[in-house]
Design a protein around this ligand. Structure first.
Ligand code: PBG
Length: 327
């Protein structure tokens, strides 16, 4: 059969039929909201390059998480900004570290939200790199030792899941064995498996005070030109025991999300990163694009590509639209 009998437009004639044939949906179940916790007290400050995103002192963070819970979002991922930076990032495994303190408060006040912790060092080191330095680069194996201490400390303080983002070789295996030996066999690992050295992280680095003080991250994060290598990274993380794999950034890497989804049976997470958020917010503020529509279209593209869940600064905005029936 062919035109004029075949007419695909029949299934687009009104919203009811479009609803019936819609292949991809955004739901509350897809969303993970990133939260920045900072030192100090009684502070809630907006990130200038990320309008609508705030950094909360520990005494304010429970309210932020309650808001997320009340919107029906199942999970948050925590990032810390500490005033105790040193060469190795020891705040990350201290009981009085920023994340540890935040975890205790959140788990006490809002126990029903799933709390993931970002596991890295760049926000906690004086040089801003993602581990222990060897000359002008990050030493892999020494960094693994510190990663082990960090994840065990997060688990002891109540983290539900850990998400290593430093792109060290062998990090998933090291973390899995550290968690298991410490009695945390049931804490899953979401691996930032295919994390690219991306300029889309710019606003995050303002928010997290984590820009490298020299050089860049290209000796550990991936070259944006490579797709097969991303599959290799995913393959290795699956072998090492990852429970969820992630592709980051998302929007410029939809092909990677799609290919990763085809190759693994694990759930796939997409990280809709700070620069992707900032561009849409900026375009909306200038009146050059319809912010809400572009936001929804962008997040849908990630789901269509194969993401099972999305870490996004838009989570609260989307949840409000879902809850009001707007989408
Ligand atoms: C590293 C980390 C980064 C992001 C998440 N975890 C920054 C980096 O690799 O430089 C970026 C997230 C974003 O841009 O939204 N701890």
């Amino acid at each position: 059969m062919e035109f004029p009998k075949l007419r695909p437009r029949r299934l687009r004639r009104n919203e009811n039929i479009r609803r019936l044939v819609r292949e991809t949906r955004l739901t509350l179940d897809d969303l993970i909201y990133p939260i920045f916790v900072r030192h100090g007290e009684n502070t809630v400050e907006e990130v200038p390059s990320m309008p609508g995103v705030f950094r909360y002192s520990v005494d304010k963070v429970a309210d932020a998480v309650k808001e997320v819970r009340d919107l029906g979002i199942p999970a948050v991922i925590l990032f810390g900004i500490t005033e105790h930076k040193d060469e190795v990032g020891s705040d990350t495994w201290s009981d009085e570290g920023i994340i540890q303190r935040a975890l205790r408060v959140i788990k006490k006040e809002v126990p029903d939200v799933y709390v993931i912790t970002d596991v890295c060092f760049c926000e906690y080191t004086t040089h801003g790199h993602c581990g222990v330095l060897c000359g002008d680069t990050v030493c892999n194996d020494e960094t693994l030792e510190n990663l082990k201490k960090q994840v065990v400390s997060h688990a002891q303080n109540g983290a539900d899941m850990v998400a290593p983002s430093g792109m060290m070789d062998g990090m998933v295996q090291a973390i899995r064995s550290a968690l298991d030996s410490a009695g945390f066999k049931d804490i899953p690992i979401m691996a930032y498996s295919a994390k690219f050295a991306s300029a889309f992280y710019g606003p995050f680095r303002d928010a997290a005070e984590s820009a490298p003080s020299f050089g860049d991250r290209r000796s550990y994060q991936m070259d944006p030109a490579n797709a097969r290598e991303a599959l290799k990274e995913v393959f290795l993380d699956v072998q090492e025991g990852a429970d969820i794999v992630m592709v980051k950034p998302a929007l410029a890497y939809l092909d990677i999300i799609h290919r990763v989804k085809q190759m693994t049976l694990l759930p796939v997470c997409a990280y809709n990163v700070s620069g992707e958020y900032a561009m849409i917010k900026a375009g909306g503020r200038l009146g050059w694009i319809d912010e809400k529509k572009v936001m929804i279209e962008t997040l849908l593209s990630m789901k269509r590509a194969g993401a099972d869940m999305i870490i996004t600064y838009f989570a609260k905005d989307v949840a409000k639209m879902i809850n009001s029936g707007e989408i």
